[in-house]
Design a protein around this ligand. Sequence first.
Ligand SMILES: [Mg+2]
Length: 183
Amino acid sequence: MKYVLLDRDGTIIQDPLDERVDRIEKIELFPDSIEALKYLADNDFGVVLITNQAGIGEGRITEEEFWAIHSEVLNQLSPSGVNFVKTYMNGEASGPNATEWRKPGPKMLLQAAEDLSINLKDVFMVGDNQSDIDAGINAGCKGSILVETARNKKVTSPNAIYTAPNLLDAAHYIISNSWCGSY
Ligand SMILES: [Mg+2]
């Protein structure tokens, strides 16, 4: 199996207007998310989620609420046969006290690499924020791909290897730019 590392909020599901995925009713998949994730799965890519959830550290949701919301995201994807290999979540507040476990720190990605025997130099990281791009670079990934699907801002990234208008386009890039032998 090949792997890809994906951010969740703003990448697979819409960031709500207030940028807080803190209730099940606020889950909204992007129109092309299922197609993109199926396309990756059909090409033998396992998706690993790497998500910052500052709302936990900042007291807006509990960790239990996060996992309940996340289960609902999985429920919405499962009828299409889409699943994730594993989800890594960091609940630290943003700011100077955040550790290297919070993106752009590399530790969640490095932990995934260790747990799943992933060679990060063969793997892309995909996200809608500069912190995703930097996390991929800090972890030594093959490259970081920016998806231009952040809700309230126009993000551009000087060090993204590729900028995609949406996740489906990113999936096409990943498949055409990955070595297709077996690892
Ligand atoms: Mg995001």
